[in-house]
Design a protein around this ligand. Structure first.
Ligand SMILES: Cc1cc2nc3c(=O)[nH]c(=O)nc-3n(C[C@H](O)[C@H](O)[C@H](O)COP(=O)(O)O)c2cc1C
Length: 212
């Protein structure tokens, strides 16, 4: 018997209880509401999400990224188009993202298909990045093997300290996940959690409640 399980934390969110009848009928608005409740409290990077992709053979992979834009058009993150995630997305555009907001004991899972953002969106975002991040995006071939760290560092330093403007590499930019399903999860006492899903249909979003 294992007597040293991690300490047990019970959730207690009666006042934040959700039902299919009480959430916003538009899942984007519901996401915006929960996101803003994290932001108002000054929570650091409420835009951290995990992103799951999958190979055509069904092998999943998972990593964190930062959600940079969201709205009815979709959920945008930025990355290297040669990375492992990008290669997986080019073969299988289905993906899932997850926000976990422990302060209010919430998670939101979103599933859908991913497409590349327009060049304008990617370039606009790239232009707002600090110089070192721009240089890193230009030098790094993300997820390829690091064969010569010294040479890599020297190219990075060259670009980071140069004075001419850096433009967004063709091999770098945004992806937009267009949702087909949302699940809003609110932790509750005794693990009797609240779960509301939104499924996309040709007639709009259908809401359902799930058992904990
Ligand atoms: C909190 C956090 C945020 C991150 N944000 C990004 C991001 O926005 N874009 C990105 O390409 N990698 C980001 N990363 C790094 C990724 O987790 C990952 O290491 C990288 O994208 C390579 O993933 P891949 O090999 O699966 O393509 C972040 C990591 C952490 C821990």
């Amino acid at each position: 018997m294992n007597s040293s399980y991690p300490p047990r934390v019970d959730y207690d969110n009666d006042e934040n209880s959700i039902r299919s009848s009480s959430v916003h009928p538009d899942p984007y608005e519901q996401f915006k509401l929960w996101y803003s409740e994290e932001e108002i409290e000054g929570v650091e990077e409420p835009n951290r999400i995990s992103l799951a992709t999958c190979t055509p053979d069904g092998i999943p992979s998972l990593r964190m990224v930062l959600l940079k834009i969201f709205g009815p058009e979709g959920f945008f993150f930025f990355t290297d188009y040669q990375s492992r995630k990008a290669q997986e997305l080019s073969l299988n555009p289905k993906a899932a993202i997850l926000s976990h907001w422990p302060r209010l004991q919430r998670q939101v899972r979103i599933e859908g298909s991913v497409k590349k953002a327009s060049r304008v969106v990617s370039e606009n975002y790239f232009d707002h990045r600090p110089r070192l991040s721009q240089a890193a995006a230009s030098v790094s071939s993300q997820s390829s093997e690091m064969l010569d760290r010294e040479e890599f560092e020297s190219r990075l330093k060259g670009l980071a300290t140069g004075s001419s403007a850096l433009s967004c590499p063709e091999s770098w930019g945004g992806y937009c996940l267009v949702p087909e399903l949302f699940e809003f999860w609110q932790g509750q006492r005794g693990r009797v959690h609240d779960r509301v899903i939104y499924e996309k249909t040709p007639d709009g979003w259908i809401l359902k409640e799930l058992q904990p």
